[in-house]
Design a protein around this ligand. Structure first.
Ligand code: G6P
Length: 606
């Protein structure tokens, strides 16, 4: 999704902006542009990649102040003119904008009546014209930006420069992230720390409704009513190395391969061997409050939602508290009943997904207690929640989520252990789960060692136009995530169903052209699952089984055997071969693995 970078300092801004934009490529975009201010305002923008933009930027683009943008089209097709920055008619003001201006048509009509000519079809261009009109009457870019934003209905992260003020950038946030980066006699701003970590790890996150002016020697922040705000810089522990492919062909494979380490990091320091409990200091819940919850409701989007389904299962099984997961994007629109004895848990890798953030805000408005399970430290959702857990999985760059998914499931196992041990989970079961969790990293290594075997299976199955994924109870969210991974990155149609539901409809699809990936753990439902495989085979369907023991050739054509852990934790391991299956299918089909079409890493708009 759209990205913003801004720089002010003694160096040439253009290379810094281009480098920053390249770091934001992973979020998904279709065009890119920069504007530089020195004596005049210079701008280049192109439809296409940041590399195309870099090739189009002339060497004479000198100057120590600038803004840059990667655009993901919402209003108007991807094109050179619709790319950001946008300028006013006099080419004095340049604006880059993330988000959506909902009253853009109305503002555009009014400005047109006043004689303004629009160059693009975007909603964002109205901002440049609005700011330009006020800046003439005031001596302050800050004031001009505030005045313009007061007329705007919608969401934004913006960065604005004025050709007549070559020493400052004004940025503002409302629903779309802006983070400031503090350097040595230079300042940065961006929509994502990924663009900053090469230059600084000292950052300041803006809140919704907050603005900032950055100059080479510092920054100040203020509200829409021009009240100064106080900010504490935060040190981010991600560095530029986290954003390299590290010798792997794709970020996705790198991130799949990192899982032994990322799972270990999520667990680190959180298991107590004396009482077989989990230490989760960030929850901000007293033991009394922890015991008082009667229900757990989990919300998230996409893969975060599916990991929440695994989480709900873990909470029910280990803590015996009713729990369920729901897409945050649905939850926020159905006027949910918010109960005071329900604990709400929001999941997000980025911490910026707009639907999840809006659902958390709605919950808070109605008095709900919300925990966050989030990967990005200091992100909007983490700040909005009452407490929670960070995943410590490191930045996830590939659009399709892998390591954040497994770390979230592990975080839920810790949460469920914590709740279980203050309810009626025995010390022996606490110990069993703790020991199981500690075995996960080594067992993930064992699964990763099957890469070549899974790659061969992916090549064998990739040329089908559709695939069915089935699993029962614990296996169902695994099947859903497996189907999600495959469709996201290989574009092969994939449907996930509870295995128990197969004969109530989808069995009609089964035949030689529709293979099934079946999640068949060695648990109390094994016989039922094997019966399902028989039903599929009886209809001529091919079966790839993911399970704990070699398949009977009468029931499955192929099989991936994964190591067995405790039954409750098995879903975490069963997910890994499905990630590799999707990855190798996408490679075999020559897809853009890390940046699948139409998708964005972090969906910061509605
Ligand atoms: C987008 C991504 C998905 C991701 C979802 C939630 O749709 O394409 O891969 O699972 O957002 O993202 P979050 O950052 O909130 O976990």
């Amino acid at each position: 999704m759209c990205g913003i970078v801004a720089y002010v300092g003694p160096k040439d801004a253009a290379p810094i902006l281009l480098e920053g934009l390249a770091r934001l490529e992973y979020r998904g975009y279709d065009s890119a542009g920069i504007a530089i201010v020195s004596k005049t305002l210079k701008m280049r923008k192109v439809k296409g990649r940041v590399a195309d933009l870099a090739a189009a930027v002339p060497a004479r683009f000198k100057g120590g102040l600038g803004i840059g943008h990667t655009r993901w089209a919402t209003h108007g097709v991807p094109s050179d003119v619709n790319a950001h920055p946008h300028l006013d008619g006099a080419e004095r003001i340049a604006v880059v904008h993330n988000g959506i201006i909902e009253n853009a048509d109305e503002l555009r009509a009014k400005l047109t009546v006043d004689g303004v000519t629009f160059a693009s079809e975007t909603d964002s261009e109205v901002l440049a014209h609005l700011i330009a009109r006020t800046v003439k009457d005031t001596d302050s870019l800050e004031e001009a930006v505030r005045t313009a934003l007061k007329r705007v209905v919608g969401t934004y992260g913006v960065a604005v420069v004025d050709a007549e003020r070559p020493g400052e950038v004004v940025v503002a946030r409302n629903g779309s992230p802006i983070v400031l980066g503090i350097g040595e006699k230079e300042m940065f701003a961006a929509s994502d720390v990924a663009a900053l970590v090469r230059y600084t790890r000292q950052v300041v996150h803006l809140e919704d409704g907050e603005l900032a002016t950055i100059k080479a020697d510092g920054f100040h922040t203020f509200t829409m009513d021009a009240r100064e705000t106080a900010k504490e810089p935060l040190t981010v522990d991600w560095d530029a190395g986290h954003y390299d492919t590290g010798g792997y062909e794709h970020y996705l494979l790198k991130e799949i391969s990192e899982q032994p380490e990322t799972v270990a990091r999520t667990l680190r320091g959180r298991l107590d061997d004396r009482f077989h409990i989990a230490h989760l200091g960030g929850l901000n819940l007293t033991p009394h409050e922890t015991r008082a919850f009667r229900r757990v409701k989990i919300i998230g989007c996409g893969s975060a939602y599916y990991s929440g389904q695994i989480g709900a299962q873990l909470v029910e099984e280990l803590a015996r508290i009713p729990a369920d997961a729901e897409p945050a994007s649905e939850f926020r629109y159905r006027n949910p009943v918010v109960e005071h004895d329900t604990l709400y848990v929001a999941i997000s890798q980025s911490g910026e997904t707009y639907d999840t953030l809006a659902a958390v805000q709605e919950l808070k408005r109605k008095g709900g207690r919300v925990l966050g399970i989030v990967n990005t430290v200091g992100s909007a959702i983490a700040r909005e929640c009452d407490g929670g857990m960070y995943l410590h999985a490191g930045p996830e760059v590939s659009v399709a989520s892998t390591k954040a998914f497994t770390s979230t499931a592990v975080a839920f196992a810790l949460l469920a252990l914590h709740f279980g041990r203050v309810h009626d989970l025995s010390p022996a079961d606490g110990r069993r789960i703790s020991e199981g969790l500690r075995r996960l990293p080594g067992q993930i290594e064992e699964i990763l060692a099957k890469d070549a075997e899974i790659a061969a299976l992916a090549r064998k199955y990739a040329d089908h136009t559709g695939m069915m994924f089935v699993g029962r109870v614990r296996g169902y969210p695994v099947a859903r995530e497996g189907a999600q991974k495959l469709k996201e990155i290989s574009y092969v149609h994939a449907e996930a169903y509870p295995a128990s539901e197969l004969k109530h409809g989808p069995l009609a699809l089964i035949g030689p052209d529709m293979p099934t990936v079946a999640i068949v753990p060695d648990d109390e439902l094994l016989d039922k699952n094997l019966t399902t495989l028989g039903e599929i085979r009886a209809r001529g369907g091919r079966v790839l089984m993911i399970g704990h023991r070699a398949a009977d050739p009468k029931l499955a054509d192929d099989c991936v055997v994964v190591p067995k852990n405790e039954t409750e934790l098995d879903p975490i391991l069963l997910t890994i071969p499905l990630q590799l299956l999707a990855y190798h299918a996408a490679v075999a089909l020559e897809r853009d693995v890390d940046k699948p079409r139409n998708l964005a890493k972090s969906v910061t708009v509605e």
